[in-house]
Design a protein around this ligand. Structure first.
Ligand code: ADP
Length: 468
């Protein structure tokens, strides 16, 4: 019928507009490399902020209990590790996840940090005898804060802007460590914030602790971002900041937090759905790469496609299912579940439509089409993420085989999207192989680093302890 043909036309148009042929991905990777250079050359020189972290030396020999707090998106995690020195490493770890009530994500700084500090105090109260605080010491914390921050020292950083659905005006321009410290004082928690790190930087540190070949970390969760290890003399904007006398004492490498979620390039395939999603978001015009790749947005893109099919092709019948009008009603675990549905009659798709959108019946043909939409949207995201990784490898000259080289490059990956969405993960890995070719692929490994950012932050706190 005419309706069906219209729905198919919308689907075909989506597929066409989301296309990521290899050539296009290479252009995206090249653009990423160019922007990395520009962002390193000068402050504000690129959409990529290329923030210089204060992390250089990474720990191996520290002992005792250290804490980490990871504030990244929907949840925050409190974690403690007992370090046993060079030999015994991480002896024990415990963590607790707590979800952030949505009203606190758009409220005041005071309220958000009070909530976090109170939860942390509760967690500290459950510390067992397996964790040993060295006598006379205050507990120390590495704070993983996954929003763009300009740091002027390891234990301070000014919030540049919020992303991922947070908008707390009075925190912008504030020192995030001070905000947390004041809240800890208010709830009577005796703890010292030793390090402020981005989650990518934490993941990189945690990854390198286990494997020195780790050269970059990528987060694919609620949002997306990447960090990598750069040579100090390849960071012109930093050289300028350094007094000459200090230059010789500082180490030769720095961890750069790319803030790649804000990457933008004319080579990125964008659709009308992306454009309207962006226009109606809390941060229009920003975080375009993030908005087509990460967990927070993929379901919303799918919803917008379904909405258009309902409106223009009466896909769900004469009436548009009212629930389909709710922004962000389709969450990424639902998208993954539908995409992963292997039953002959696509049972999972049917039950998701019923439970979430209150659509009572849906033919097999329609279900197949919905899976197709999920596949198109997730594939574009995964392939673009792979192109981003190629961009980093290119910047480091690790996208080719070196003469007689035994050089290995390991990328540490963390985040719920990569962990739980196997179609997305497999597509990313296959695309990276496709882009690198057989031979180079053998020297590049993608490693899942579970909770790497939290452990990394605790390790950075340990190696920069106020008592050292
Ligand atoms: P964050 O990015 O919020 O710091 P996580 O690394 O814990 O955190 O990732 C959580 C995110 O992972 C969720 O917001 C969601 O986007 C994504 N996610 C969670 N579960 C799934 C799933 N089953 N399939 C796909 N993505 C998921």
């Amino acid at each position: 019928s005419g309706r069906w043909a219209k729905a198919e036309a919308i689907l075909m148009e989506l597929e066409e507009n989301c296309g990521t042929p290899t050539g296009k991905l290479r252009q995206v990777a090249d653009a990423m490399t160019v922007e990395m250079h520009a962002g390193l050359a000068s402050e504000g020189g690129s959409k990529l902020k290329m923030l210089i972290s204060y992390v250089d030396n990474l720990p191996t020999g520290d002992e005792g209990v250290f804490y980490a707090l990871d504030l990244g998106g929907t949840n925050f995690r409190a974690l403690r590790v007992q370090l046993g020195g060079e030999e015994r490493r991480v002896i024990k770890r415990e963590s607790e996840v707590c979800s952030i009530p949505p009203h606190l994500m758009v409220g005041s700084s005071h309220e958000l940090f009070d909530f976090i500090a109170a939860a942390l105090a509760k967690f500290v109260a459950t510390e067992s005898e397996d964790f040993v605080l060295q006598p006379g010491r205050q507990r120390e914390l590495g704070f993983t804060f996954s929003f763009p921050v300009r740091q002027i020292s390891l234990a301070s950083g000014i919030l540049i802007k919020w992303t991922k659905g947070f908008l707390i005006e009075d925190a912008i321009g504030q020192d995030i460590v001070k905000e947390l410290t004041k809240a800890m004082e208010r709830v009577g928690l005796d703890m010292h914030v030793t390090a402020l790190v981005n989650d990518t930087v934490g993941t990189l540190a945690g990854g390198r602790y286990n494997n020195p070949d780790v050269i970059a970390a990528v987060i694919l969760g609620t949002g997306t971002n990447a960090a990598y290890v750069e040579r100090a003399n390849a960071i012109p904007k930093w050289q300028g900041l350094l007094p000459k006398s200090e230059e010789m004492f500082t180490s030769l490498v720095r961890v750069i937090n790319m803030e790649w979620g804000n990457f933008q390039s004319s080579h990125i395939p964008l659709t009308e759905y992306d454009q309207s999603l962006d226009a109606e978001s809390l941060n229009p015009g920003e975080q375009i790469f993030e908005k087509i790749i990460s967990g927070m947005y993929l379901g919303e893109i799918v919803r917008r496609v379904l909405c258009r099919m309902a409106e223009e092709a009466s896909f769900f019948g004469e009436d548009i299912p009212p629930k389909l009008r709710n922004p962000f009603i389709l969450r990424i675990p639902d998208i993954a579940a539908m995409h992963h549905d292997t039953s002959a009659d696509l049972k999972v798709v049917g039950s998701k439509l019923k439970d979430i959108l209150e659509i009572p019946t849906c033919s097999l043909k329609m279900r197949k089409m919905i899976v197709e939409i999920c596949d198109i949207v997730a594939t574009r995201g995964a392939r673009l993420a792979a192109a981003g990784i190629l961009g980093i490898l290119k910047k480091l000259g690790r996208d080719t085989v070196k003469e007689g080289g035994k050089q290995r490059s390991v990328i540490a990956l963390d985040g719920g999207l990569f962990e739980c969405y196997s179609e997305f993960r497999n597509c990313l890995m296959n695309t990276l192989k496709e882009l690198l070719g057989e031979e180079v692929s053998e020297s590049v490994t993608v490693e899942f680093s579970h909770d790497g950012s939290g452990i990394g932050a605790a390790l950075i706190a340990a190696s920069h302890s106020q008592y050292l």
